[in-house]
Design a protein around this ligand. Structure first.
Ligand SMILES: *Cc1c(COP(=O)(O)O)cnc(C)c1O
Length: 476
């Protein structure tokens, strides 16, 4: 298996070469040269693997189709070390539970930080450690977070050999629970930096440090953002696990998935699973008030927003102005025309701030050929969905999952199971739950009292040089 860029660069790379990279050198995103396609017999073999041996073995089988430069026994060991019931809270790792009327919820949020990003980030931690040790190299991960990504990255990289994490966050702007999740990590290789500013200031600092190419190279700086191919690949696995839990052997059933979406990473993994031949009927892209993606799937126009136009919502992990993984799907939609993809995402977005595919023949095939449909929710919709779910099913869901469920209902088809991906546990967004239900959601026992644990965090102004100095001092 070789990897290519969505913008037409002809270089073909192996998995371990792109593992630690972000964008391809031509500014595109990496994708496999072609998707492996599974016959129905192979699909049933995967089902047997999942049922008889469990999630880690399923992950190994799926990853093996895309990774041929890690020896099989080592890749299996990495998967087994990553997907354990101790880390993910159950033997199934991603258990599916029924709601009603053909509706199901797949829990992806029982990892260490209670959000679905753990599903991929934990695997990334294992893969990074393996590859760095093979190369005899070190990596310093520098990031900016407003919550979920930073804590998932820290929990995945804590204690990993050859890796340090420097995570900036806006001081005082995360919930006490989110702060505690990050700042209570006392590991030697984790560094929390609270910046006296907003999230954009943190991102600007990271950009400024990374743009100093000499410093970046000398300090071996890398990232773990959502465009990383290995993260996306690890997410493909739970579409298979979800499918196997709601269908039976040989019934040939098709299943739909509804996905609370922001950067299009999660649902793009569903697209990859569907391209591999997993019988997915619909891929429901659910957005909040930040509806860049819903607008595209409805009209063909992809209009990125400015940060001023980006709403702060009660589903904050979906508050995005542009969807950083979207280019991967557009490349496939356009029959993998790298020149046209570059024209849209580089020329037109930079010049006009949008591109419009409404007149393109491919746009008319999106639903029929690729299964994509979309919808969105408002704050009021999410509150109502949380209330109704509690009343009808005695279950509390978080605002992101509520978004997915609200939009899922609009696309429900008789006879086709619909699986809503649960992307976070309600305790992470307690204030919205209180607003909807008048009471706090329950807290997993391991998280009792985390707000009062000792904290390791250093405070800084919006000061690029101070961040650089801090990194130098702690990398000696
Ligand atoms: C990151 C995140 C999302 C959005 O996922 P994308 O891959 O960016 O589309 C949705 N819900 C939660 C809770 C998240 O943390």
């Amino acid at each position: 298996m070789r990897y290519i860029s969505t913008r037409g660069d002809a270089t073909r790379k192996r998995f371990c070469e792109i593992l630690l990279e972000g964008l391809a050198p031509d500014g595109g995103l990496y994708l496999p040269e072609q998707y492996p396609h599974l016959s129905s017999t192979q699909l049933e073999d995967l089902r047997a693997t999942f049922v008889e041996k469990g999630y880690a073995h399923l992950a190994f089988e799926v990853l093996s189709l895309f990774i041929d430069d890690i020896p099989a026994d080592e890749l299996l060991a990495l998967c087994k070390k990553t997907y354990t019931s101790a880390v993910f809270g159950s033997e199934l790792i991603a258990p599916v539970r029924p709601l009603a009327d053909g509706l199901f919820i797949e829990a992806l949020s029982n990892g260490p930080t209670l959000a679905f990003k753990d599903m991929a980030m934990q695997m990334l931690g294992s893969l990074f450690e393996y590859e760095l040790s093979r190369r005899g190299e070190e990596l310093n991960i520098l990031g900016a977070t407003s919550g979920d990504t930073g804590s998932a990255a820290e929990h995945a990289m804590r204690g990993k050999k050859g890796i340090r994490v420097f995570m900036t966050s806006p001081k005082g702007r995360m919930s006490p629970f989110q702060q505690a999740q990050m700042f209570s990590l006392l590991d030697d290789n984790i560094f929390n930096i609270a910046i006296a500013g907003v999230f954009d200031d943190c991102q600007d600092i990271v950009k400024a440090v990374s743009n100093d190419l000499e410093f970046k190279r000398a300090m071996r700086i890398g990232t773990v953002n959502s465009i990383n191919w290995a993260r996306l690949l690890a997410q493909v696995v739970y579409y298979f696990a979800g499918y196997f839990q709601v269908t039976s052997k040989g019934d040939g059933a098709r299943v739909s998935f509804s996905v609370p979406s922001g950067n299009f990473g999660n649902v793009c993994a569903g697209h990859v699973a569907r391209m591999m031949g997993l019988p997915i009927e619909q891929l429901v892209v659910a957005t909040n008030e930040n509806d860049v993606l819903d607008e595209f799937f409805k009209t063909g126009r992809y209009q990125v927003r400015t940060s001023g136009e980006t709403h702060e919502t009660s589903s904050p992990s979906m508050d995005i102005s542009k969807a950083s993984n979207f280019e991967r799907f557009i490349f496939d939609l356009l029959d993998r025309d790298g020149d046209l993809t570059r024209k849209l995402f580089h020329d037109e977005i930079n010049r006009l701030g949008y591109f419009d595919l409404s007149g393109h023949a491919a746009f008319k095939t999106i639903q029929q050929k690729f299964g994509f449909v979309s919808g969105k929710s408002t704050h009021q919709n999410r509150l109502e969905t949380i209330k109704a779910t509690q009343k009808q099913f005695d279950q509390i869901i978080d605002p992101h999952t509520a978004d997915g469920l609200k939009v899922a209902r609009e696309h429900l088809q008789v006879g086709t199971p619909m699986v809503v991906l649960e992307t976070a546990l309600p305790i992470k967004f307690a204030s919205t739950i209180v607003e909807a239900l008048g009471r706090e959601p329950s807290r997993p026992s391991a998280f009792e009292g985390i707000e009062s644990l000792p904290k390791k965090v250093i405070e800084m102004g919006v000061d690029v040089q101070a961040v650089k100095d801090f990194m130098v001092k702690h990398c000696a």
